[in-house]
Write a protein that binds this ligand. Sequence first.
Ligand SMILES: Cc1cc2nc3c(=O)[nH]c(=O)nc-3n(C[C@H](O)[C@H](O)[C@H](O)COP(=O)(O)O)c2cc1C
Length: 250
Amino acid sequence: MSSDINDTTGLSRLFHLNSEPWVNENLRPNAPFSQETKNDPNAARIALPDTAAGTIDRLASARRSTRAFADTPLALHDFAALLRAGYKTLGPDKMEGGMQALRRPVPSAGGLYPLEIYALVRNVDGLAKGIYHYDSKADDLEIVHEGPWESQARDAFLTWSFVAEAPVVLCIGAVFARTQRKYGPRGYRYILIEAGHVTQNLCLAATDMTLSSLCLGGYSDSVLNDLIGLDGLTEAIIYAVGLGAAAHSD
Ligand SMILES: Cc1cc2nc3c(=O)[nH]c(=O)nc-3n(C[C@H](O)[C@H](O)[C@H](O)COP(=O)(O)O)c2cc1C
């Protein structure tokens, strides 16, 4: 069954608001750990040739989550490089049909770029503790909130202890209408996919700088949106990632 075709956001908004962490009693967060892959023992098979690892392969293989960040500051230079690797505005460039448009280091459905990056800064050299918004076009930081923010963040993140020492937690906001006014309900999928593109860039850029990352999906939407000043409807945080040096490499 489909929703009203003229309602471009209703169905996805219903889903979004009803997917706060573990609201469904039928879920099994403590289900036995099992990693399945698809494998047909009867299939005819073709072996793949050996390949030399390229830059992305090396970075992707080296990336792993850390759950113990060192209490050492992140250099402002590295922080800036991470933001730029994630979502800096590039261009202008020629797009389909000869149209001139700005680009980013990630693909985006329709070239609409629905995402915004917010930084919960705890320990970045030369930057006061606070919450910042990365203005990707101006390539600078807007101050959202000056001063400590951890007490509310502790209530937002389900695995707060893993990121409590992280010098910075980047939160990916989605301005849903930018994509959904063109793509409707399906645009919601595109927005989530695009957050994955940005976050992977952040993780690989961090690995390249011998920094570590922890991707975070376990948080209370309402508490985190409220902390950053988003209404959760027109714009909401859809992903987060802690970044910084690891306390130890295991
Ligand atoms: C969408 C998503 C959400 C995640 N949320 C959390 C989280 O809330 N807390 C956490 O400790 N790890 C979280 N992780 C990290 C995964 O547990 C981790 O990536 C996985 O165990 C694989 O390990 P690796 O990243 O070291 O390769 C998340 C990962 C993804 C992709």
